[in-house]
Design a protein around this ligand. Structure first.
Ligand code: UTP
Length: 273
């Protein structure tokens, strides 16, 4: 299956990185020699994505700007014979970038919903900025490959086996069956958001990458009221489960959580090997 559109919600307040995030979005913090967001865009390019929509909030315009073409700069680099830098900038030319705003931080599902009018394919990739995967095959590429093993259309979520004491930080899945060919692929019969360890149906947590059907955009507006004012993607998928096959894929490699200062410090270490 070919997925061409990806939504990258990066509108969050980034409170855990304050006061830094008063002036610089956390997605522009560096890991290796590029910002976190560029790792996500590379992951999209590697998985065959051609259209990327950033969901940003006011003040985070530097994120899309990082990927904008800069003809004057390119001309100058050309003149100065800085071919390597030029090529580096030009690799984004193959991507159509689009930006939408989320005016209020009303949850990850609400962020995605802001891109509803932009969506025009049947299956859409969602990448949350806090999780990176250090692996030969990126998280998204693993999902795209696993989708073909499902044998039916549906939703597919990236999973990680997490310590039971940490289940309350994740959406946790209830597994129905494992795929015969690749037991990492699991058909799900339920999902619970942030369960206490004793209530968690498994230790498989949902981590930062999703392939969702277009139909989820019809369900998202209806799930807001059940959990205060937040609209959460997991609630829309739970709502869809009776009709929609939902699968999880236990991704290979190391997941790097860049969403907290401690996680970020660890991420820099892991990335630098
Ligand atoms: P987080 O829950 O980590 O929120 O969102 P955050 O704002 O980034 O960070 P903290 O909790 O204030 O420190 C996970 C992802 O979902 C996006 C965030 O930008 C991040 O990529 N998000 C979350 C939105 O785009 N909008 C929202 O309303 C909530």
């Amino acid at each position: 299956m070919k997925v061409s559109q990806a939504i990258l919600p990066v509108a969050g307040l980034g409170t855990r990185f304050l006061p830094w995030t008063k002036v610089v979005p956390k997605e522009l913090l560096p890991i290796g020699n590029q910002p976190i967001i560029a790792h996500l865009v590379d992951e999209c390019i590697d998985a065959g994505i051609t259209d990327i929509c950033f969901v940003i909030s006011k003040g985070k315009e530097l994120i899309p700007q990082y990927f904008f073409e800069d003809p004057a700069l390119e001309e100058e680099l050309e003149k100065r014979g800085k071919k390597h830098y030029l090529e580096d900038l030009q690799r984004y030319k193959s991507i159509n970038f689009h930006t939408v705003y989320q005016d209020e931080q009303l949850g990850d599902g609400h962020a995605i919903l802001q891109a509803a009018d932009w969506v025009d394919s049947e299956t859409i990739a969602i990448l949350f900025g806090d999780d990176l995967f250090a692996c030969d095959d990126s998280g998204l590429k693993q999902l795209v490959k696993a989708y073909d093993m499902m044998g039916e259309e549906g939703a597919l979520l990236a999973l990680e086996n997490v310590p039971r004491e940490n289940t309350s930080r994740y959406g946790v899945v209830d597994v129905d069956t494992e795929n015969d060919g690749d037991p990492r692929l699991k058909k799900l019969k339920g999902m619970v958001e942030k369960p206490q360890p004793e209530d968690a149906p498994s230790t498989l947590g949902i981590v930062g990458r999703y392939l969702i059907p277009k139909s989820t955009f019809d369900v998202l507006p209806k799930v807001g009221t059940s959990h205060g004012s937040e609209i959460r993607l997991i609630d829309a998928l739970i709502e869809q489960m009776p009709e929609l096959p939902v699968y999880g894929y236990e991704c290979k490699g190391t997941r790097i959580d860049t969403g907290t200062p401690e996680g970020y410090r660890e991420a820099v270490k892991v990335w630098n090997g």
